[in-house]
Design a protein around this ligand. Structure first.
Ligand SMILES: C[S@@+](CC[C@H](N)C(=O)[O-])C[C@H]1O[C@@H](n2cnc3c(N)ncnc32)[C@H](O)[C@@H]1O
Length: 439
């Protein structure tokens, strides 16, 4: 059993079944071998590939979005990039490289603020942005993941790079505009899961399983592996020491989280809902933070604009895996409920969207960038790869539809961000909360 598996088993044996949220949190971020403490888990040779790891075009287009808004804001003299869950730092690297081509904007960048829990990934991010090796000590202490670190990026003109464990720690100068990015961050935050029974909701919990049978993984969706050549395969071969159980009575989580009227009468017996209370908490902080600091934010992730029921899954080596097997050895994720994020931001900041990633990238000019890159090479293989990556990012059957973009502007902001449009009549008439789509 993995080290984190042992930790989870001991916790359950001591206090009883735990919530899926606790299981996810320990599996992903426990200092004793949580998945994200391993460092190099992304990319073509890792367990999964994210949009910035697919193509530089993704980060370049995101940079253009911030630069256009900087222009619209009257070219403020100080800006700062803030990224939640930067992974390998590829997105920030691509954004900074693109920003360098706009010297007047680039000169305003005071620094980069990374919100990252994994000390190993902090080290990878530091290397990616060309910070000197001597700075590694400040970010790599495994036993002190809460110790913030800082460095200077030699590659990007000596701008400062600082690490934090949560957005609340990030402070910016009053005359500086923070530009926030959260790419595939919310899908990694813990979810709770509930099942509607005849006499109300029970919670789906994780218990130890000392029987020999391995439970089948729950139904999965194709997000995160969208467009991957291996997306149809499912790895269920690993040994499994845990199982899902239902609470006999209403848990305190169910009582508190499902108090929201959206979980009332619209659900039938047997329906499931997944709720990320942590996402709502972080989103409320982010919305307040954006408004207080007069910043702007983009949230890009896979998910829907409504509550879902069975999207919790494991991903290992580009295949779906049973999330209850070998915790710490695979990514655990669930689709994002954008409607829940918007609700959490209500009254604190203005949200726009979500729009589908394919539409966002096309409206922002990804085709023109593809053309430039194609013209810059005569290598047919490189050209084909560029076209394949472009299709993977934008095609509705690949990542173009399931991935979505939500923009957040301060409460007092005037006008619409680009390329968001006012809601159509149909969207306005749509019920505010939709029923889940699947059991
Ligand atoms: C799925 S990865 C996405 C990485 C990157 N944004 C990309 O798209 O390639 C999630 C990232 O969020 C970080 N992360 C997960 N939970 C976190 C938390 N509670 N606080 C801060 N960072 C977290 C992980 O360490 C990792 O860097």
């Amino acid at each position: 059993m993995t080290a984190v598996g042992k930790q989870i088993r001991e916790a359950i044996l001591a206090t009883g079944p735990i919530s899926i949220a606790q299981y996810m949190q320990l599996s992903l971020t426990s200092p004793v071998g949580g998945y994200y403490t391993h460092g190099q888990v992304f990319g073509r040779t890792g367990d999964f590939v994210t949009s910035p790891e697919i193509s530089q075009m993704f980060g370049e287009i995101m940079a253009i979005w911030y630069i256009l808004h900087w222009e619209m804001m009257g070219r403020p003299t100080k800006t700062r990039f803030v990224e939640l869950g930067p992974g390998r730092g590829t997105l920030m690297d691509d954004m900074l490289r693109a920003a360098k081509r706009f010297p007047q904007f680039f000169a305003t960048i005071q620094g980069v603020e990374f919100v990252e829990r994994s000390p190993e990934l902090r080290r990878v991010q530091m290397e990616k942005l060309g910070c000197p090796k001597e700075s590694m000590e400040s970010v790599k202490d495994k036993n002190e993941p809460d110790t913030p670190g800082s460095a200077v990026s030699e590659r990007y003109g000596g701008i400062s790079v600082r690490w934090h464990t949560q957005l609340e720690e990030v402070s910016v100068e009053s005359d500086c505009v923070p530009m926030v990015m959260a790419h595939e961050f919310f899908d990694a935050l813990p979810i709770y899961k509930f099942e509607k029974g005849t006499s109300g909701w029970s919670e789906v919990l994780v218990d130890v399983d000392d029987s020999t049978t391995t439970p089948a993984p729950p139904q999965t969706t194709s997000a995160r592996l969208a467009g991957s050549p291996h997306s149809s395969a499912s790895d269920n071969s690993s040994e499994c020491h845990f199982k899902f159980v239902r609470s006999r009575s209403v848990t305190s989580n169910a009582a508190v989280i499902l108090r929201d009227p959206r979980f009332d009468s619209r659900f039938d017996k047997g329906d499931h809902v997944e709720v990320s209370a942590e996402s709502a908490r972080v989103m409320a902080v982010l919305a307040d933070w954006v408004s207080q600091n007069n910043g702007l934010a983009l949230i890009v992730d896979y998910g829907q604009d409504w509550t879902q029921g069975d999207t919790f899954r494991g991903i290992r080596k580009h295949k779906f895996a049973n999330p209850l097997s070998q915790p710490g050895s695979m990514d655990l994720t669930a689709d994002v409920d954008f409607s829940y994020l918007r609700l959490a931001a209500q009254g604190k900041a203005k949200c726009f969207g979500p729009v589908e990633q394919g539409k966002f990238l096309l409206d922002m000019g990804i085709q023109a960038r593809l053309k430039q890159l194609l013209q810059a090479t005569t290598d047919k293989k490189v050209q084909q790869d560029l076209v394949d990556c472009y299709k993977r990012l934008t095609d509705p059957n690949s990542m173009g539809r399931i991935y979505k973009v939500l923009a957040v502007l301060p409460n007092g902001a005037q006008g619409m961000p680009i390329p968001f449009a006012p809601p159509s009549k149909e969207e306005l008439n749509r019920p505010k909360v939709e029923k889940i789509v699947r059991k």
